[in-house]
Design a protein around this ligand. Sequence first.
Ligand SMILES: [Fe+2]
Ligand SMILES: [Fe+2]
Length: 214
Amino acid sequence: MSDRNFSTFDKIIINLDTALASVFGNPAGTGRQNPADKLDLPELTKTESKISAGLMRVNHTGEVCAQALYQGQALAAHKPQLREDMQQASDEENDHLNWCRTRLTELDSHTSYINPFWYAGSFVLGVSAGLVGDKWSLGFVAETERQVVEHLQGHLQKLPENDSKSRAIVAQMKIDEAQHATHAVNTGAADLPKSIKKLMAFTSKLMTKTSYWI
Ligand SMILES: [Fe+2]
Ligand SMILES: [Fe+2]
């Protein structure tokens, strides 16, 4: 969606609508099929279901954050092409968000209660990264996605072996996130200072620890 013809008021309404859809609803994605759709519901023990729900809740919150970051960065992007790229990536993150939510429902669980807090914080972070400049904003995307790929790899090890549905979703997300990182690097991402990378890793750890439980 191009924002060329929108007034500031329009943009505020659109961003609020996106925020509400991301946190509470099923936002529009790219229309791709959920990779878990073709799989039968796996038989899980109570403990396995609880582990899967905790991990998929973390992944859902991660996608809420990704959505907020991309929306914030798109809003503050300097070049129109970057704005379009951010919007395209955010549509793909919406696929992930919807797949994680669907899986949580199947696991008879819920999304994190603190998602509104994470959306707001990530949106401010996204706008800030965008304002610093496009190459830094892209650097932020590249580093975020790189850390997410590592995190998803860890989840593939932690998810119950027979939870084929959650595993299919996480595996596809991992492929997409790696592509987002590569695209950011190929379009001019700057390498972020080590201190920023460390701060990002610390923040995402805080998110994963809290969203697993609440
Ligand atoms: Fe994602
Ligand atoms: Fe991504």
